[in-house]
Ligand binder design. Structure first.
Ligand SMILES: [Ca+2]
Ligand SMILES: [Ca+2]
Ligand SMILES: [Ca+2]
Ligand SMILES: [Zn+2]
Length: 590
């Protein structure tokens, strides 16, 4: 399997099956070869994989034609598994290997192209594929449906999650068209399944990736030294990009080692803005699975750089973390029970995730979709539009205000939005161009708050997005934060100062400011200032900059509002000079 698996996955991802076709039609068998170890090299070229070698026999994987050939040659063999792939598809009495899941998922995607799209979202440190399966009707399109992501086995030795992923995928593809509830889910949601966040750890039976890093400490929201630098690991990096292109309404991550259904924060014991729906969802999940329901920092222990905090803190997705069993992993005999109860709870989550408010944010003149920050009050939290302008915020029944803002546009608030019980309300928001308004930070990327201050800091990176509003994100002593001005609206170097870092409180503090056009590297120093101060991109030698990094100077106190208090980053809008088109003469034309 190892030998051909990559070709199969790539072929399916590219929409064809030619590279793996021959192999796909060929049965793979698991057999015991009764051959002395010193003679095994004679068979090595034809063996797909060695599972076990003893002095007198070896357990190996071979194709059916090779098996027939060896049999004809009189080699003594016992068949252990006559069809490895068929067993992997239906037998849950054992844990699947990385190769089995990878190849089986490629086959499932090939067999169900109308509801499955399998992406390779990255390559692990050890060279293995990081997979994401989108299950939805018209899976290659963005249709404006609530997205829910489930990701599994970020800790490689906690691979009950990968079994749950596989079970869930099989339920979806086999139930589609026959089970009305599953058919409805697939038609009206985008369900994302990422089966193996840490394939190297799964193979080596380790919590860590091949670089020895715990990937669930490498994410950017209140990162605190997990890994050599924030988002240094491919396994975390690729989920940044997945989230960037596909804003999720909810995002559940699976672990084992405990039995609990949890919600953020991990880095602090303060409640989330969305704690009502967070707690409600996890209490329901816990009732179904007989798990305790807790905030992560209270039910487990506090930690930094966790992915669930980033999904919620930086992208607004309702993050969850499920610990499915006390073993790492469970005994194989418990896999099936764990799969079934978690799938029951997941179906409830998928059912409820469309509740809330959804719609499109567009330009009032052109009707073009906008990259917008959509805030909902209460709970005073946010979500983002995707490339089609679609947004969705998962909410319980109630009355809300919805505020949409995009760089270069006047923000608009729609009040009195009533979210019905068990359903959603559609609110399309049309924004009017404002070419004079400064552009501001659209997204937070990463931040570090000193560990001693993280738990008492009552502010959020979200408070530093958009125009100045007297609400500030306190970076903490020696803290830092990075921001994205938006893919269409970088800071532009015009005459004089180009952007202002706004603090504006009674106690001005100092910070260093850096800029980049790479979201997580190549930062260039642009200046050091105290309180609200303007900066010129010329100091960094750059004509444009999409990303900004603010770092506290470290001479402040230790209280809840320690460090630089960032209200906003506001950039001067530089109107592009009129373009001059050259007249082009086509030689030889009449
Ligand atoms: Ca300038
Ligand atoms: Ca201050
Ligand atoms: Ca602010
Ligand atoms: Zn874990």
């Amino acid at each position: 399997m190892r030998r051909f698996g990559l070709a199969v996955v790539l072929a399916v991802a590219a929409g064809g099956v030619t590279a793996g076709q021959v192999w796909l039609e060929t049965k793979e068998m698991k057999v015991r070869l009764h051959v002395p170890a010193e003679r095994l090299r004679d068979f090595a070229a034809e063996v797909l994989e060695f599972y076990e070698v003893t002095p007198t026999a070896a357990v190996v994987a071979v194709t059916e034609p090779v098996y027939e050939k060896l049999k004809a040659q009189g080699v003594q063999m016992d068949v252990i598994v006559p069809d490895v792939r068929a067993q992997a598809m239906c037998d849950f009495g054992f844990f699947h290997t990385y190769e089995q899941l990878r190849d089986t998922w490629a086959i499932i995607a090939r067999d169900h192209p109308s509801i499955c799209r399998l992406d390779t979202i990255g390559i692990s440190a050890g060279g293995r594929l990081l997979l994401a399966m989108k299950v939805s009707d018209n899976p290659t399109a963005m249709e404006g449906e609530p997205r829910i992501c489930f990701d599994f086995t970020i800790h490689g030795n906690e691979n009950n999650g990968s079994e749950i992923a596989h079970y869930a995928l099989l339920q979806l593809v086999t139930g589609y068209g026959s089970d009305p509830q599953i058919t409805y889910f697939v038609n009206e949601r985008e369900i994302w399944l990422c089966p193996m966040d840490n394939p190297d750890g799964l193979v080596s039976r380790s919590r860590y990736n091949a670089n020895g890093v715990d990937c669930n400490r490498n994410y950017g929201y209140s990162w605190n030294g997990g890994g050599p630098s924030v988002f240094s690991e491919t396994e975390a990096n690729c989920f940044y990009h997945l989230a960037e292109e596909n804003p999720m309404s909810a995002w559940s991550q699976y672990h084992s080692g405990a039995t609990s259904a949890m919600w953020p924060w991990f880095y602090t014991t303060k409640a989330t803005q969305d704690s009502l729906i967070h707690a409600f969802e996890m209490q329901r999940y816990g009732q179904i699975c007989n798990y305790g329901a807790y905030q992560i920092s209270r039910g487990l222990y506090p930690g930094y750089g966790g992915s669930t905090d980033w999904y919620y803190g930086a992208r607004g997705a309702l993050g969850y973390a499920i610990e499915v069993c006390s073993g790492q992993p469970s005994p194989p005999s418990e896999i099936d029970t764990i799969n079934r109860k978690n799938w029951t709870a997941m179906k409830e989550q998928i059912q409820r995730v469309n509740r809330g408010v959804m719609g499109y944010v567009t330009d009032s003149v052109s009707g073009q979709p906008l990259y917008a920050l959509v805030s909902v009050i209460p709970p005073d939290w946010f979500t983002y539009t995707d490339s089609t302008g679609y947004y969705h915020k998962n909410l319980q029944a109630g009355t809300y205000s919805v505020r949409a803002w995009a760089n270069g546009y006047t923000p608009k608030t729609v009040s009195g939005v009533v979210v019905p019980t068990d359903s959603f309300v559609r609110v399309n928001i049309v924004l009017t161009r404002d070419t004079a308004a400064p552009t501001s930070a659209l997204k937070s990327i990463a931040c570090r708050i000193a560990e001693s201050q993280a738990n008492i800091n009552p502010t959020h990176a979200y408070f530093a997005l958009g125009r100045r509003d007297d609400r500030r994100f306190s970076l903490g002593n020696r803290g830092w934060a990075t921001f994205d001005m938006g893919r269409r609206t970088p800071i532009v170097n015009g005459a004089g100062s180009d952007f202002t870092v706004v603090e504006g409180d009674a106690d001005p503090e100092a910070c260093s400011v850096f800029v980049s056009n790479d979201w997580n590297s190549n930062w260039r120093f642009v200046g050091f200032g105290t309180g609200t101060q303007s900066y010129d991109l010329t100091a960094a030698g750059m004509s444009t900059a999409r990303f900004v990094r603010i770092a506290d100077d470290g001479d402040g106190g230790t209280g809840p509002y320690a460090g630089f208090d960032l209200d906003a980053i506001e950039a001067v809008v530089v109107n592009a000079p009129a373009l001059v088109y050259q007249t082009k003469t086509v030689i030889g034309s009449p």
